[in-house]
Ligand binder design. Structure first.
Ligand code: XUL
Ligand code: CO
Length: 439
């Protein structure tokens, strides 16, 4: 098989002093941090769609990057060239997983049966490559938002026929995910939402989405899918209002429809900030509900109100992410770079440099988060902040669930007045973080 990225060597760890743009400065796969190697802490994945398909087209201009990999676009030869390119790319970087939508891996045909035959063919080819390289599938999904048939949604569509086509795509994508040994299956509700309530029966749409998810779980379990289903929350774009607004909303939805045992969250940094939350907030909400599954590792731009899907470079944000992940005991999924090069970064070398940046950013985040945990001052402060509930009789009574409202009112009446609680010490804590990161 001819090499595609001819001028790109295998990317190695060279350390922070290195000036080599094609070397890791911080991601040292075998380095042990808090008892596990970096590679174990950070199961990185390549997003098929951005890395192998997207060429930089935006609202104002066509592709700037060449992603043909020597084949004619829209052909099965091109689909195979993307497999070749993807596996060479992952191998050179030491990325051990990939994520895909059905339509990323083959060109969609007019007849769904033909599309499915193409999917069978390409997945056979992908499996060969997986066997050769040891690279694995993190998760699969069905693209139920690009085809015009999904303009009114997939699970939330008004058309029973379109609903069946969505179901057929999910069925096939689940077959593929199981065939490729994927650890997870993602639902990102691209067009599951609405533009105006003037034409929308919100309750009907949400119930129909839940029905589709239930069918997916039943089918998945029947064919031997033992992994997690994920919801990837996003508040808007393409729809004005998306039903999976954020982690709290998605978790409430899953509980309402009895889906919470089979689903976890796939949290994307840029989606968190679009929802008006920090990445860390979304991770914490998922973790405290036992639903932190996987991460779409990217970064938004606070000056732009849309999903820019940038490669993560914000070390502070990555640090807080890794702090949450470590405290949660790791992910069942991984870190999928749902990120794309900026449009003018249009060379193959840029593709590699983007992954070097993202992987180094998360490696730094891991190192920093481990230092914060080992330092212990932040955790100690938070534990002490609530100590009145643990160290006093009345506090313990509240926690044990034995107290009544009357008991507490009688306690307050006895006390007559109460001191203000301890200071929140935000500035001290922020200083501690700076001191740990840069000291
Ligand atoms: C879109 C997005 C998707 C999902 C998979 O914003 O993040 O690519 O990750 O459908
Ligand atoms: Co995503």
């Amino acid at each position: 098989m001819a090499e595609i990225f001819k001028n790109i060597p295998e990317i190695k760890y060279e350390g922070p002093a290195s000036k080599n743009n094609l070397a890791f400065k911080f991601y040292d796969p075998e380095k042990v941090v808090l008892g596990k190697t970096m590679k174990e802490h950070l199961p990185f994945a390549m997003a098929w769609w951005h890395n192998l398909c997207a060429g930089g087209t935006d609202m104002f201009g066509r592709d700037t990057a060449d992603k043909t990999f020597g084949a004619e676009k829209g052909t099965m030869a091109h689909a195979k060239a993307k497999v070749d390119a993807g596996f060479e790319f992952m191998q050179k970087l030491g990325v051990e997983y990939f994520c895909f939508h059905d339509v990323d891996i083959v060109p969609e045909a007019d007849d769904i049966n033909e599309t499915n035959a193409r999917l069978d063919e390409i997945s056979d080819y992908i499996i060969e490559k997986m066997k050769e390289t040891g690279i694995r599938c993190l998760w699969g999904t069905a693209n139920m938002f690009s085809n015009p048939r999904f303009m009114n949604g997939a699970g939330s569509t008004n058309s029973a026929d379109v609903y069946c086509f969505a179901a057929a795509q999910i069925k096939k994508a689940l077959d593929l995910t199981v065939k490729l040994g994927g650890k997870g299956y993602v639902f990102w509700g691209g067009r599951e939402g609405y533009e105006t309530l003037l034409n929308t029966d919100m309750k009907f749409e949400q119930e129909n989405i839940a029905r589709l998810m239930k069918m997916a779980v039943e089918y998945g379990r029947k064919i031997g899918f033992t992994g997690d289903f994920y919801i990837e929350p996003k508040p808007k774009e393409p729809m004005k209002h998306q039903y999976d607004f954020d982690a709290a909303t998605a978790i409430g939805f899953l509980r309402q429809y009895g889906l919470d045992k089979d689903f976890k969250m796939n949290i994307e940094a840029n989606h968190a900030t679009l929802a008006g939350h920090t990445f860390q907030h979304e991770l914490r909400v998922s973790a405290i509900n036992g639903m932190l599954g996987s991460i779409d590792a990217n970064q938004g731009d606070y000056l732009l109100g849309w999903d820019t899907d940038e490669f993560p470079f914000d070390v502070y944000e990555a640090t807080m992410c890794m702090y949450e992940v470590l405290k949660a005991g790791g992910l069942t999924g991984g870190f999928n770079f749902d990120a794309k090069n900026r449009r003018p970064s249009n060379t193959h070398e840029d593709m590699f440099e983007a992954y070097v940046l993202g992987m180094d950013t998360f490696a730094l985040g891991l190192l920093n988060a481990a230092k914060i945990i080992e330092d212990g001052r932040i955790d100690e402060f938070v534990a002490n902040k609530y100590s009145s509930f643990r160290n006093t009789e009345i506090g313990s009574k509240i926690l044990s669930g034995d107290a009544t409202l009357e008991d507490l009112a009688a306690y307050a009446a006895d006390k007559k007045n109460v001191e203000t609680p301890c200071s929140g010490k935000q500035e001290r804590l922020e200083g501690i973080i700076n001191n740990i990161l840069f000291g």
